[in-house]
Design a protein around this ligand. Sequence first.
Ligand code: MIG
Length: 633
Amino acid sequence: MLRKFTSGNPVPTGAVLTSPKAEPVEAFPLLHGTKNGGFYFSFTMEPNGIVYGLGEAPRGINKRGWVYESYCSDDPFHTETKSSLYAAHNFIILSGERHFGVMVDFPARVRWDIGYTKTDEALITLSGTDFDLYLITGDSPRDIVRQFRAAIGKSYVPPFWAFGYQQSRWSYHNSAALDSVIEGYDKANIPLDCVYMDIDYMDGYKDFTVSETAFPDFKSYVAGKREQGIHLIPIIDAGVKKEDGYRVYEEARDKGYFCKRADGSDFEGGVWPGICGFPDFLRPEVREWFGSQYRYLLDMGIDGFWNDMNEPAIFYSAEGIKQALDKAAEARGENIDLGKFFSLKDTFMGISNRQEDYSSIYHLIDGKPVNHQKVHNLYGANMTKAAGDYFAEHCGEGEILMFSRASYIGAHRTAGIWFGDNHSWWSHILLNLKMLPSANMCGFLYCGADLGGFNENATRDLVLRFLALGVFTPLMRNHAALGTRDQECYRFERPEDFRDIIEVRYRLIPYLYKLFKTASEENDMLFRPLSFDYPDDPVARECETQLMLGEDCMIAPVYEQNVGGRAVYLPEDMRFVKLSGSRAESVELKKGLHYVQIALNEVPLFIKKGKKIPLCQPALRTRDLECEKVTYI
Ligand code: MIG
């Protein structure tokens, strides 16, 4: 059962589509109250109770024992001590003797103290009093997820080819660089469907432009790639470069479409292009206008995009720089003691994504100025909605690949997400795994992390192990940051090992695609924690390194270096299948704990006893897959 409770005058977020008539917040059954201009509610967690949810967030599948914050943040260090990442997915489930889910539909900052201050208490604090709360009760966490997902609407389904393998890097600067990546893959016979265009394809980092020097005849270039079966996926950034003569900027400025300062002037912040205006995506007319800008690239033959920097990320503002410089000027000639030194240092370090900048931004909602902090978590979601709504109206269903960095629940209907700037760290394989079921709970089915890791240098074995998890994630994209070691598969020794892994993905695509569609249609999850399926099994309940996939499978990737396998817990009798290229070896294992050997070119998969799954023949492109011709393993 789903109940809705309203307090004050909530900003419409578009997250929930169907709900019963709202009750006053006083009727909300959990302990609650107001404090310091905000609202809080709390509940006691039984010793064995698990708290799931929060989508894209740091730490475990079980969120107990930490404090999280919903505040979309551009933070490229996903360490376990962080509280926020790029998204705000305000949905949790408590599962113990009783089960209930709570969605906090409130787009400003929310703090989730889940047993951090008091081990057995969850205390959720909203930084305001205008919000909707949804309370969902059900027989099991999965039942609660289904009810919640029914209320928030069907998940986005990308084009079929978006299940192919994708290669990205910041940046393949021009057509020659992109060609050499495609050639590298083709020569090594490694399947590939998409290649990414990061910010350098643009003319001066200006959205909806393509550099003429890098791509002299972009339209025919795109067409040529499409003939080869390759999709090019350009990035779109939230900030629009301030430049006279740049049509997109001038249009937005003249129509008054940028976010404002308190005095009504356009807010300006520095990102890649230098000083930018930030379209006020919260306004329907601005979304319509911004969405229509994608036309320029659609007309070039482009059919996929990734929206970046939409938390929004702000590297600097004139105000922030002035504040720091003033402080430095004041300090000149002074005897700088420790306190002054750190204060100076912090001021400079704090120029990017500075709270005062966010606080100085205003949106127009129903014609009235609203401070950005009140709606911060809706910005990226609405950038993506702008694009998604445009595609829904002007392109065929499921024709356009679209995913975003920042998101709020609701954005799952028009796009996928990627998990942002992770690291080439072994621990990030597990972080990737743990976010999958959490994101699924919140409606985000098409998602994935930067395989191989974005920041820092990757090693061959890390990329292979990362990919072996990525074989199962709907978005299977290898991406790396500027200045890091090349991590395209064909660059490493024995590229055939990489082929073995990626071929497994292509062999599984008919199956994975079907699972995906079913999950979307039935408001279900693609990945589930083991505890969802085996709530009475104490080992399964605590498992943080394996996931259920669909009804019949379990995945358990290797996530450490220099090991030839891993310990795996089987909650029931299963077949352990090692997939590698066209090989498949399978052995029956009993319920319980096992150590299984897994070579670097093998993908481990566990299939329930008596179940079989289809495999097709691999192909270099998804378009060449013969999905009907399958064998069962
Ligand atoms: O400040 O466009 O998360 O995937 O490669 C970095 C450059 C901006 C952040 C994205 C990343 C992308 C990078 N972008």
